[in-house]
Each structure stands twice: as C-alpha cells, then as structure tokens.
Design a protein around this ligand. Structure first.
Ligand SMILES: *Cc1c(COP(=O)(O)O)cnc(C)c1O
Length: 353
C-alpha cells in the first residue's frame, strides 16, 4: 500500500493551483504574472514573486539536515507544516490525531481548525513518551501521531530507538510526525536519519530557535518525496517571502553557522548553570531535566513568582494550565547577563520573603 492511501481522497484528486513562477522559470522580459516591472520606490528588490521552493535554500537546508532536496518542504515556520499535515491527512469529523500532553499547543489547534479529533496519551511521570499509552489510544481514526523531541514545554528527549519502533508499528496506519524544533540543543541524532526506513515518518525542523530566525518564519518538513509533493498541492503558491529566503540563506553561510554552533554551546553551559542555581533556591521544588534551550521549573508559588518576575520586567512562560505542570513556569535560557539578572532577582525575592 502506498502511504498516499492514508491521505484524503479529495486532496489526492485535487488539481493544484499552478502559479506563473511554477509554469515558467528564467527569461528576461517577464510579462506573465501581472507584476510591476520596477523595483519598489524603496529600492527593495521585491517586485517579483518569489520562487515557491527556492532551489539554493532547499539545497542548503538539505545539506544542513542530511536529506535529499526532494525530501524537504520549506514553509512559514513548522507551524505551517503542522497545518498542512492536518489538512492533507485528516478528514473533518472523521479522523484524529494522537498527542502526548503536556506538549506543544499547535497540534491540537491545527486539529481543531480542521475538525479532527485529538486523542491523548499523556507522558509518563518523568515526562517521557509513554509508548504503551500511545498504543492503547491508537484507533483506526488516528492518521497523525505527534512526537515532540525534546518536548516543549517539559524538555525531555525521546530516544531515537523508540521513534524507529513506533514508525514501524504505525506503518500503513498513520504518519509519525517528529517535531525537532529544539534538537540542536540536545546533541542527539535526528529522526531524519530514519527516513529511508519509514515512508510514514515526517520530521519537522525550524530556523526559528537555534538559528535565531523566528521573525523570518522559515520551517522545514522532511519526509519522503511523495509526501512533500502531496503537501505542496495544498500550499499557497508563494509561501516564502523573498526577505525571509534571503535571511535564511544568510544564516546558512559557513560563518553564521559557526556562530550558531558557538551560541548553542553557550546555551548549554548556561542551561546547566541555571539548572544548578535554580535547584538551590528554596522557592523551587524541582527543575525538570531539559535537552532544549529552556527549563521547566516547579515552584512553591508559581503564580506569585510569575507576577514578581513580570513586575521586574522579566517575562517567563506560565505553563500551569498544562496537565502535570500546575506549579511550573518555563524559562528560556537567555544571554549570560539576562540569566544573572534573573537569578539575582530570584535570590533577592528569597531574602525578602
Ligand atoms: C517553536 C516551536 C515550533 C514552531 O516553530 P516555527 O517558528 O513555526 O517554525 C514548532 N514546534 C515546537 C515544539 C516549538 O516549540
């Protein structure tokens, strides 16, 4: 059975929009797309529609993530990839996704938009993926199983061997979607190394976190070429703004990549320093182990701590609404100076109490 048999029939049958830029590339006098022939008055070279999937960026990202260009789809953040997967694979009112809370909120949001049900197999007591719970929740309606590793907001990494096992178990039934938004901070191999073994495996990467490009909205989906082509059919014709493509190409230059690696090393060193310092505070109950660029911290008074940090101008993420995290705040690792500022404030609060 082809993996495409899992997709919505109406998507497989869809004739995708064919844009001017798709129909003809190259040429000098471009009179085919109703564009302005002049660059804007602002002297920005933005009068032309962008390439739908710019080959140079595609090649650079394929090299970065160790896949073939045909296995890669670029979009507006991994958020767009999540949305495309829902729309292509889940029929409204019939199909479902399976998630492991507490986890990233966009999976359930995209499911709600599409009218797909959200089934839940909670993480285990240590916030590890609970494979038995996933198996127990799996029904024929489930088309997409989302695994976030390292998990946002709790921080734990899912072992690659378990991803391999789950992908094999789901073959012919559902796609396994592995969200690696924070993998750069984990020092672990990507599930993309398993793509050749599983045609139902999808991996999500992003330039928004380690590569510091959240404002450009560039995310990447890695999968078999047939899934990439299927999703392109329902994607808007020009998903990537020229300015974002230029920004992405700039951060993929060797010098920029070297700086990114240095910054990742600083984050890891600062994560350990923060973990140790926070663990020593009387206000802190527990710092959850993290393989990402944030720490999920249990507090004796999470709401009070959040409010006092905010009043001092330090904004952390309140994650108390997530199951199992009712006393937690999620703290991103900042610059060394920002982290010292945070710790000084928390120590001052401890003395005042
Ligand atoms: C931040 C984040 C993303 C989304 O990133 P984009 O900016 O849309 O690429 C995806 N998954 C998780 C778990 C995230 O935390």
């Amino acid at each position: 059975m082809s993996v495409l048999a899992l997709a919505r029939a109406e998507i497989r049958a869809l004739t995708p929009y064919s844009s001017a830029r798709m129909e003809a590339s190259g040429g000098q006098v471009l009179l085919n797309a109703n564009e302005s022939p002049w660059a804007p008055a602002a002297e920005l070279e933005l009068n032309r529609y962008p390439d739908p999937q710019p080959p140079r960026l595609r090649a650079a990202l394929a090299a970065l993530y160790g896949v073939e260009p045909a296995q890669l789809l670029m979009g507006r953040g991994s958020d767009e990839a999540i949305d495309l997967l829902l729309r292509a694979f889940c029929r409204a009112g019939e199909d479902a996704i399976l998630i492991s809370p507490p986890t990233f909120g966009m999976y359930a949001v995209a499911a709600a938009v599409q009218g797909a049900a959200v089934l839940k197999a909670p993480l285990d007591a240590q916030f590890g993926l609970d494979a038995a719970a996933l198996r127990a929740q799996l029904t024929p309606a489930v088309k997409l199983v989302f695994v976030c590793t390292p998990n946002n907001p709790s921080g734990a990494l899912v072992p690659l061997a378990l991803i391999d096992e789950l992908a094999a178990e789901l073959a012919g039934r559902a796609l396994l979607v592995v969200d690696e938004a924070y993998l750069e901070f984990a020092g672990a191999p990507s599930a993309a190394t398993l793509l050749a073994r599983h045609e139902n495996l999808v991996v999500l990467r992003t330039l928004s976190k380690a590569h510091a490009l959240a404002g450009a909205r560039v995310g990447v989906l890695l999968a078999g070429a047939e899934i990439v082509e299927l999703l392109r059919r329902i994607m808007p014709p020009y998903p990537l703004p020229t300015a974002s493509v230029d920004a992405a190409l700039a951060v993929l230059q060797p010098a920029a990549l070297a700086q990114t690696r240095e910054r990742i090393a600083v984050v890891l060193q600062q994560r350990e320093l923060l973990r140790a310092a926070l663990s020593a505070l009387p206000a802190v109950r527990e710092v959850l182990p993290s393989a990402a660029n944030f720490l999920c911290v249990r507090w004796r008074d999470a709401a009070g701590t959040y409010a006092r940090l905010l009043a001092a101008g330090i904004v952390v993420r309140d994650v108390t609404r997530y199951p199992g995290l009712h006393d937690c705040l999620r703290i991103s690792v900042g610059t060394p100076q920002e982290n010292q500022q945070l710790l000084a404030l928390l120590r001052g609060m401890a003395e005042a109490a």
